[in-house]
Design a protein around this ligand. Structure first.
Ligand SMILES: Cc1cc2nc3c(=O)[nH]c(=O)nc-3n(C[C@H](O)[C@H](O)[C@H](O)COP(=O)(O)OP(=O)(O)OC[C@H]3O[C@@H](n4cnc5c(N)ncnc54)[C@H](O)[C@@H]3O)c2cc1C
Length: 377
């Protein structure tokens, strides 16, 4: 009997898990990888798309390219998850699992921020980034705000990256002098685990005349008056609002009864949920790392090793270390890197690597290595 593994969500976590299991126990594997979309894209490609650096088609990786022993990709919408019986219902059928892995990521709740839909934009969804391709070129004068509306949010460097790339974009178009850029962030510094990265970002903002507004969230937009209302009730006028919307688990996860305080709790050492044979990895959990692809991937590696140990009778892997490297776009074609370690010490720490053209190449390599491993492209 082959091991029936059902992986919900073909993002960073689901793709990495499926690739490892296929490589290692593919002959004894019957793995269904289920996602409602027909293609994957890296989170960071949303920045490329919104600023017109790449076309949407250039960054899409079609799931039909996945050809791996023991793995079948199914493009279906998951409509119910029963963690007690490890039974999953989709719009096309029912799956029974020996091992169930939930890797469904975080969705967005645009309605949680009054005025955002009518008077602003968001760049965290692919559709939002695609819309902004049309909107940003029309902005030539006035005040642009990049604003976080709620915590937690994916990829904490992304708002800073958006502000820096907007600066470059407006400079190239010759309109930067007519525009102001502000960045509203809920933290005292841009990347709390890494004071050195934060210092470099704050210096980059200062050099470029970007106003950093720390310790604040944008609670609402008033589209009629074109003002953003912050959590201390202060107001900032805006002409272009680039928002980071409130995050939440997908509806199907909320309805599964698996969440506590909004996310799926897991044992952080091994990513097991309280339901036997059910793991959860990545953004959908409250594991305690930042919500970023590298951490979903790291968690997937631990779960894969644990499943393989169960099958082969080997030792269980060492505990998940919550460590990963995030690339940070500084603009001017330079990329920095921060290596963050969430679990080794009493509080998260980060090591900073100065922005360089070499690290821009390393980030490209990060993307192309995943493209090859997951999609054979
Ligand atoms: C602007 C931006 C920049 C970013 N930059 C980086 C970066 O540089 N480095 C980095 O590591 N991370 C980055 N991220 C974060 C990264 O994209 C996410 O943290 C990562 O994708 C999470 O992986 P995951 O596997 O947990 O979930 P996801 O990759 O989000 O995958 C979840 C999958 O579940 C599917 N799904 C959800 N609900 C259903 C359903 N009901 N039925 C079927 N399928 C469903 C979705 O379609 C999706 O494919 C960035 C994010 C953004 C928005």
């Amino acid at each position: 009997m082959k091991l029936r593994v059902v992986v919900l969500g073909a993002g960073f976590g689901g793709l990495e898990l499926s690739a490892i299991l296929s490589e290692t126990i593919g002959d004894n594997l019957d793995l269904a990888l289920i996602d409602k979309n027909d293609s994957f894209f890296f989170g960071f490609s949303k920045l490329d798309v919104m600023f017109g650096r790449k076309t949407p088609d250039a960054v899409r990786l079609a799931y039909r390219n996945i050809v791996k022993p023991g793995v079948r990709f199914r493009q279906e919408a998951i409509t119910a998850i029963d963690p007690e019986t490890r039974r999953v219902t989709t719009d096309r059928g029912i799956y029974e699992a020996d091992v169930l892995v939930i890797a469904l990521g975080a969705d967005y709740d645009l309605n949680a921020t009054p005025g955002l839909i009518e008077g602003g934009n968001e760049f965290y969804s692919f559709a939002g980034a695609e819309r902004l391709r049309e909107v940003i070129p029309t902005f030539s004068k006035g005040h642009a705000i990049v604003g976080v509306t709620s915590t937690p949010f994916k990829c904490p460097p992304a708002p800073s990256e958006a502000a820096l790339l907007l600066h470059d974009y407006l400079t190239t178009r010759g309109v930067r002098a007519d525009c102001e850029i502000s960045l509203v962030m809920p933290f005292g510094i841009p990347i709390p685990p890494s004071p050195a990265t934060s210092k470099a970002l704050i210096a980059a903002f200062a050099e470029r005349g970007i106003t950093f507004v720390p310790n604040r969230l944008v609670r609402a937009l008033d589209p009629a008056r074109r003002v953003a209302i912050l959590d201390d009730k202060s107001e900032m006028p805006y002409d272009l609002f680039l928002g980071i919307p409130k995050h939440r688990v997908p509806d199907v996860v909320a309805a599964s009864g698996m969440t506590e305080d909004g996310w799926i709790p897991v044992d952080r050492k091994n990513l097991r949920t309280r339901f036997p044979g059910v793991y959860a990895i990545g953004d959908v959990t409250s594991v305690g790392t930042a919500k970023a692809g590298v951490f979903s991937e790291g968690a997937a590696r631990v779960v894969a090793a644990s499943i393989i140990a169960d099958v082969q009778g080997g030792e269980q892997p060492s505990a998940y270390n919550g460590a990963g490297s995030c690339y940070v776009e500084f603009g001017a074609d330079r990329v920095g890197r921060v290596d963050v370690d969430f679990f080794s010490g009493p509080s998260p720490t980060g090591s900073f690597f100065e922005p360089s053209v070499a690290l821009a190449g390393e980030k490209q390599q990060f993307g192309s290595s995943r493209r090859a491993r997951w999609f054979g492209l």
